[in-house]
Design a protein around this ligand. Structure first.
Ligand SMILES: Nc1nc2c(ncn2[C@@H]2O[C@H](COP(=O)(O)OP(=O)(O)OP(=O)(O)O)[C@@H](O)[C@H]2O)c(=O)[nH]1
Length: 345
C-alpha cells in the first residue's frame, strides 16, 4: 500500500484578512479530522496562537517572528515531524500576515519528511481592504496569483456590486484558481481535507472542538448551511484504460475552478498495469503506484472538487482522456507524462 501522507495546507493572506478566523472555523467543524496547527506569529507575543480555539496541545507556535525569515527548512521539518508523529490527519500552517507564501510553498515541497504532502496554498483576501492593501503592497497580487484557492473574506462589509468588483479583480489575477466568497473564513473543510472514518467511534468524552461545535449548533450558528458557496464535487469512472498523456495534460491545465482531484487510475499499458493513486491540489500533481487488491476490478475512479466548476465540461474532458476515444498514443513511452509525477515510496 502507498504510505498515507499528511497534507500540509498553507493559509496565507495579508494582516487581518481572516486567517485566524478560518483556522478556528476549521478546528470547530473538523468532522473528526485531527488537525495539527502551526501558527506563525509575527512579533514576540504569541497572540494568534492564543486566539486559536484552545487547541494548545497540537499547536506549535513560533514566537520568534516571521516564519519565512526566522525558520529554516530544518526547523520547519522538526515541527512537521512532531505533528506527524502525533497521529495527525492534516497540518494547517497559518502564516503571519507578512510571510511570503512562495517561501512557505518551497519549504513544504522541498521538505525531506516522507510523511507529508503538499496540501495547497489558501490565500485569504480582505474584501473590504483589498484595493487599499494592494496599492500599498503590490506583492499581494503575486500572492493571489500563486494561490491554489482564494478565499474572498469579509463580504458582509461589501455591497453586491463591490463584491463583484473584487471578485473580478481576483479572477484576473488568479486566472484558474477557485474563488470562494465568505465571511469569517467559513469555508467547507472538505475542500481542504478528507473526512476520516475511525474504527474507534465508540462512546467517549467529547473533545473540546466537538463541544464548541455543539455549542455553535445550539446557537444556530453552525456554518454548514452557509458553507457550500458553489463548491461541488464530480465523480468520474471508466472501465476502459486512460491515456496517460491526455490525463496528464488535463491535470496540468485543470478546468477553471477545479481545486482538487483524488482517486486512482488504470492505464492498462504493458509494464504499467498497477493502480496509480492520484492527488492534485491546484496544479500540484502527485501519483503513487500501488498494487490492485486481490480480485479488484481494474478501472479508473476520480473525485474532482472545486468551486463553480462545470461538471458536464469536466466529464466531457475526461471522456476525451479515455484511451479508446483519445486516438492511440498509448505505448509505454506515453507513461513518462505520468511518471514525472510519481513519488517513489
Ligand atoms: N466583518 C467581518 N469581520 C471579520 C471577518 N473575518 C474576520 N473578521 C475580523 O477581522 C479581524 C481580523 O481577523 P483575523 O481572523 O484575526 O485575521 P488574521 O488574518 O488572522 O489577522 P493577522 O493575524 O493580523 O494577520 C478580527 O477582528 C475578525 O473578527 C468577516 O468576514 N467580516
Amino acid at each position: 500500500m502507498a504510505r498515507r501522507l499528511v497534507p500540509v495546507v498553507l493559509v496565507a493572506g495579508f494582516l487581518g484578512s481572516g486567517k485566524t478566523s478560518l483556522l478556528n472555523h476549521l478546528l470547530r467543524g473538523n468532522h473528526g479530522v485531527r488537525i495539527g496547527v502551526i501558527v506563525n506569529d509575527f512579533g514576540s507575543v504569541g497572540i494568534d496562537s492564543m486566539l486559536v480555539a484552545g487547541q494548545v496541545d497540537s499547536t506549535v507556535s513560533l514566537s520568534n517572528g516571521c516564519l519565512c525569515c526566522a525558520v529554516d527548512v530544518e526547523e520547519m521539518d522538526t515541527m512537521l515531524d512532531r505533528l506527524t508523529r502525533a497521529d495527525i490527519d492534516v497540518i494547517v500552517v497559518e502564516a503571519s500576515g507578512l510571510a511570503e507564501p512562495r517561501t512557505l510553498v518551497r519549504m513544504i515541497l522541498g521538505s525531506e519528511n516522507p510523511h507529508i504532502g503538499y496540501g495547497g496554498l489558501v490565500v485569504l483576501v480582505d474584501g473590504a481592504e483589498f484595493e487599499t492593501n494592494r496599492t500599498r503592497h503590490p506583492e499581494l497580487d503575486l500572492h493571489v496569483r500563486m494561490a491554489d484557492l482564494v478565499v474572498l473574506n469579509k463580504t458582509d462589509l461589501l455591497s453586491d456590486d463591490e463584491a463583484d468588483t473584487v471578485r473580478n479583480r481576483i479572477g484576473e489575477l488568479a486566472e484558474r484558481a477557485p474563488v470562494l466568497t465568505t465571511t469569517h473564513g467559513r469555508i467547507d473543510p472538505r475542500l481542504l481535507f478528507d473526512e476520516v472514518v475511525r474504527a474507534d467511534d465508540e462512546p467517549r468524552q467529547l473533545r473540546l472542538d466537538e463541544l464548541l461545535l455543539e455549542q455553535e449548533e445550539c446557537h444556530g450558528e453552525d456554518g454548514h448551511t452557509h458553507l457550500h458557496d458553489g463548491y461541488r464535487s464530480v465523480t468520474f469512472t471508466s472501465a476502459a484504460p486512460m491515456n496517460p498523456r491526455a490525463l496528464a495534460r488535463f491535470l496540468e491545465e485543470p478546468p477553471p475552478g477545479l481545486y482538487r482531484v483524488k482517486g486512482f487510475v488504470y492505464f492498462g499499458i504493458e509494464g504499467h498495469t498497477e493502480r496509480y493513486l492520484v492527488q492534485t491540489v491546484g496544479r500540484h500533481i502527485r501519483f503513487d503506484q500501488a498494487p490492485w487488491g486481490r480480485g479488484a476490478r481494474r478501472h479508473t475512479e476520480l473525485v474532482l472538487i472545486g468551486a463553480d466548476i462545470d461538471g458536464d465540461a469536466i466529464a466531457r474532458a475526461l471522456d476525451g482522456c479515455v484511451s479508446e476515444t483519445s486516438g492511440g498514443d498509448t505505448g509505454p513511452e506515453a507513461m513518462t507524462a505520468v511518471h514525472r509525477y510519481v513519488v517513489e515510496s
